[in-house]
Ligand binder design. Structure first.
Ligand code: P61
Length: 459
């Protein structure tokens, strides 16, 4: 018999205590943070679901790798181990380490971006969009229609709309589209996977117009596991084989290793084009460091290499995907509206349906985020009009497509009882939703405002 209970596929060797606070203390702390949980001290948070990025627990083998790191400035042996591990998955010619994902994006888009250029993606993550826009170019989201409807269940809601892509290319002109991207899984659209068929179809269109295809590969292993579970023909393939096939359709990739490489810092750029790789390496030397360390220490490269081996383990991925699904299904059963089905790295509460009486310009997602902290010391993040809202010429808010609250689950950090506690807190906040009020912004930075914005509750 196959037991129904899925257990954490690890034993715990080292523990980190978490601090308990009272509701009164949290009320004071939240005021001091301007009602922005990004501005709380991590120490004042009980369960931290702000991000799954850089928050993984490393394995004993990764820690051993840290001790084994070779800190040679040039040609470190840790670089070659890293290069081999990345190459095994991506099979790409040039592997360029960076200190994190956005550094890879900054280098890539500084070279291929600029005024008059357009970059299609299923959904650009905010740092990708920011780097493209910072270069003067335009970032275009071409998500499949079903991906825009939180309540609809479908297997691959992260897919790109292939017809729209072709229309977009014709409209903007091939010469103005230096590359096309697919984000796996689609973080801003609910952590939803992209099917192999969709990657193949996008590739076909890109090939027709000689446009290179890049993957934003932060969560490639979770995406590959969803393909194994959901796409016909892949059930008997290994996750590694599926990942290799995904990358085989790509000409390049950016990756924040802080996600599916199970490390606290790191990233890379990978590509096949010799000329572009040369330009990226030259810029890397100016902004990050020598091409065999790219802003990282040798020990970090060891940890990434080891993490990439561990992340394709199917016991790990089964536990990972099933524990996120467990959380999602339990709160759905209690009536909490989320993006369905549950995503790979996070649950996304649909704040529009959770708080239908709070309009987008009063930031319903922020109201839920604040209440989760007050109720149970849980830190989540708003992914809605605080993060993606823009203003028109008259200063009126153009709301985001969706109003979401993301509960991102760090990898290998929390156990089943932490998740059960979380479920209790979310359901309690949901029961008391009629008492919640909206927020107004009292300070905001010109870019990526959600990190530092300050808020005031509306009565
Ligand atoms: C996250 F609130 N994600 O999801 P870097 N592409 C994709 C990402 O998910 C991503 C990056 C590129 C984060 C961290 C984060 O406003 C925020 O290594 C699909 O973080 O530079 C990062 O990778 C960039 C959270 C980033 C945020 C920006 O939590």
């Amino acid at each position: 018999m196959k037991p129904k209970t899925i257990i954490e596929p690890f034993k715990i060797k080292s523990v980190e205590p978490i601090k308990f606070t009272t509701r009164e203390e949290r009320e004071k702390l939240l005021i001091e943070a301007g009602y922005n949980p990004f501005l709380l001290r991590g120490d004042d948070v009980l369960i931290d679901l702000l991000t799954d990025s850089g928050t993984s627990a490393m394995s004993s083998k990764q820690w051993a790798g840290i001790m084994n790191g070779d800190e040679a400035y040039a040609g470190s042996k840790s670089y070659y181990r890293f290069e081999e591990a990345v190459n095994k998955i991506t099979q790409m010619e040039h592997i360029i380490p960076t200190h994190q994902g956005r550094a890879a994006e900054k280098i890539l888009f500084s070279i291929v971006g600029g005024e008059g250029k357009y970059f299609p993606n299923n959904t650009h993550f905010d740092t990708t969009r920011a780097n493209i826009e910072f270069s003067g170019a335009v970032a275009e989201d071409l998500l499949t229609e079903v991906g825009k409807h939180p309540e609809e269940r479908a297997d691959f809601k992260g897919n790109m709309d292939v017809e729209k892509l072709e229309k977009f290319i014709k409209q903007k002109g091939v010469e103005n589209i230096p590359l096309c991207m697919i984000t796996v899984t689609n973080n801003s659209g609910g952590g939803q996977p992209v099917s192999m068929q969709n990657i193949r179809e996008v590739k076909k269109v890109c090939e027709k117009y000689s446009i290179p295809l890049f993957l934003d590969a932060c969560r490639f292993a979770e995406n590959a596991y969803f393909i194994k579970l959901r796409e016909k023909g892949y059930e008997n393939k290994s996750v590694l084989e599926i990942a290799q096939e995904m990358f085989s359709y790509a000409d390049g990739a950016t990756m924040s290793a802080k996600k599916d490489a199970l490390v606290n810092i790191g990233g890379f750029l990978a590509m096949n084009d010799d000329e572009l790789a040369m330009q990226c390496s030259n810029l890397l030397i100016v902004t990050e460091g020598f091409p065999t360390y790219g802003g990282l220490a040798g020990r970090d490269l060891e940890a990434v290499a080891q993490g990439l081996e561990e992340v394709v383990d199917e016991h790990y991925l089964e536990y990972r995907i099933k524990s996120v699904e467990y959380l999602g299904n339990k709160i759905v059963d209690a009536g909490v509206p989320i993006i369905e089905p549950p995503g790979g790295h996070a649950i996304y509460i649909d704040a529009k349906r959770f708080l239908p009486n709070i309009a987008p310009d009063k930031y319903p997602g922020q109201a839920i985020v604040c209440e989760l902290y007050l109720e149970g010391g849980v830190r989540a993040v708003e992914i809605g009009s605080v993060m993606f809202g823009k203003y028109d010429e008259k200063g009126k808010l153009i709301p985001a497509m969706m109003e979401l609250v993301r509960l991102a689950i760090p990898r290998r950090v929390y156990t089943q009882s932490h998740i059960d506690y979380l479920i209790e807190i979310i359901i309690e906040v949901y029961k008391n939703r009629d008492k919640l009020n909206g927020y107004e912004i009292t300070y905001e930075a010109p870019m990526l405002r959600h990190f530092t914005a300050k808020f005031k509750p509306l009565s």
